[in-house]
Every structure is written in structure tokens, then in C-alpha cells.
Design a protein around this ligand. Sequence first.
Ligand SMILES: Nc1ncnc2c1ncn2[C@@H]1O[C@H](COP(=O)(O)OP(=O)(O)OP(=O)(O)O)[C@@H](O)[C@H]1O
Ligand SMILES: [Mg+2]
Length: 307
Amino acid sequence: MAEPLLQVKHLSVVFGKRKSAFKAVNDVSFDVCRGETFGLVGESGSGKTTIGRAIIRVVPAQQGEIIFDGQRIDGRISKELDRQVTSRIQMIFQDPMASLNERAKVDYIVSEGIYRKYPKAQREKLVEKALNDVGLLPEFASRFPHEFSGGQRQRIGIARALIMQPDFIVADEPISALDVSIRAQVLNLLSDLQKARGLTYLFISHDLSVMRFICDRIAVIHKGVIVELADTEKLFKHPLHPYTRALLSAVPLPDPISEREKVLTVYDPSVHRYETDLPRWTELEPGHFVHANAAEEAEYRKLLEDE
Ligand SMILES: Nc1ncnc2c1ncn2[C@@H]1O[C@H](COP(=O)(O)OP(=O)(O)OP(=O)(O)O)[C@@H](O)[C@H]1O
Ligand SMILES: [Mg+2]
């Protein structure tokens, strides 16, 4: 496997204090390799955005480590490293209507991250280039966000990330808020940019059918815990954890007849008996990890042998 650009080790994030403390992310570990698209999938409230926000350092890690390009970036870091990380790791947000400053013009929005770094003339050139890179016209620079469609606004959000010359992008549900007709265009743009610039993506979504199409590997998260991680095709062929199986059963099938007759699996967390036999993060076959206790591990191994 390629060298990891980002390593997340035993990350936990807690919101609130003492009695009201809530563990939104619980002992999560994964690596993202250079140039890959790593997917993080799970239902609403499972902690996906929180993991992304911990990586861009806007929420603190309560436990664990985040290592980027060999250097630890969680907790206190030097000013110089902070400057590097702030530019090398960028985030694209779910809702292009809410994530752009309505009162600022596009040229300011796109160049905000480099505002103090370059003089005006140079900034204008960089904005023009960034807009061009995402398929927008240079004259859009002097307009306001409300003048654009959802897809165009998401392109502005992508231009704002690109101008920083990142190598790692956290794409947090970048197409969920868009019309179905323009989703593919934005996905293709992200994929072209990845190829052209060797970008690495952490792609967050709750939609497995989209992820199958673009992710190299997928981690499945449920209530702050990653329950399974595997190569995309492996996960689709041999899902082991009952939550992964339930998520996959909800993916629409192309054939309308089998789709109509399909039985949805409902995930029931009480199937896990974790009183004495505690779960661990276990690699069952190369690259295929599952959150399981000893009894479940034996059961999953049998499933893999039978298939
Ligand atoms: N700043 C915060 N303060 C308190 N609780 C928070 C905060 N941010 C997130 N949470 C809680 O942490 C949990 C995980 O939230 P998160 O936004 O990471 O979920 P998500 O998987 O991204 O969901 P969605 O698919 O809806 O975007 C939720 O229960 C949420 O209410
Ligand atoms: Mg979210």
C-alpha cells in the first residue's frame, strides 16, 4: 500500500463537560494514503464532520493522535507547522448556500486564505486561475454568492480550497445539497482535480452508491465508532459488520424488479453482546478491518471462508 499522508490513531472527540459530556468520536483509527480517495460513511450524527473538523484542527482531540505527512498536528503545534497545515489541508462543505459569506464578493471569498500573503495584483491573478480551474468565468470574481446556482457556489467553495494549493482535502458531503443533475459534474470536477494535482481526499457522505463510484477505500462509522474498513469493492462484496450490511441493503439496485422485491435489513445494535467479551479493532484479512469481539470475529472469519 502507498505511504499514508494522514494517520488518525485512536482519536476521540468529546463535546460538553462532566455529566453532559458526549463522545462524538470514539477511539477511531485509519490511514489515508497519498493520492487516494478515502470514504467515511455513516448516518446523520455519527461523527463524520467532527472527524473532519478535528483534522483541520477546529475541534480538539480529547485522545489520540493525528499525524499529517509524518508530523503530529493535533494539540499544540508550532506556528510554522500551523501555517503549513492550514494551507495544505482544506475542507469543502456540504451546503454551498450556507458556507459562503453572503456579503463578500467572490474574489474576496476565494482569496481570503491568501489575503495577507500576496499583493492585490497577484491575488487577482490567483483568483482568476482558481476560478478557471473549477470551470467558472473570471468576471464572476466581482459578483456576490447569491447570484449563483448551487453547483456554481460549490465550485466557488472548491476554488477557495484550491487557491491554498492543498494536498489533502476533506470533502464533507460536497454534493448532497446539489440537484441530482449537477452532482455528477461536481464529482467529475473533484476527480479531474485529483488526477491533475495528485490530491488526497477524505470524502464524507451518507450515500454509499456515490461512494462506490469514487472511493478507493471506505470506513463505516456508527455512533462515533468505525465498525468496518475495507477496499471499496471488498466492502460491497463481503460486508461483515451488521451495520455495514444494513447500509448496503439500503443502496438502490439498478434493476427495478429486484429493487421492488428487496428486503431492507435493519441494524439492531443489541445483537452485540459486549458485557465480558469486549470488541477490538481487528484486521481479518489484509486491509479489511472490523470492530468485533472474539465471538463475532470467529463468526466473521467463517463468513469470509464460506464466500
Ligand atoms: N460543537 C458541538 N457541540 C456539541 N455537540 C456537537 C458539536 N458538533 C457536533 N456535535 C454532536 O456530535 C455528534 C456528531 O456530529 P457530526 O456533525 O460529526 O455528525 P455527522 O456524522 O457529520 O452527521 P451529518 O450526516 O448529519 O452531517 C452529533 O450528535 C452532534 O450533535
Ligand atoms: Mg456532517
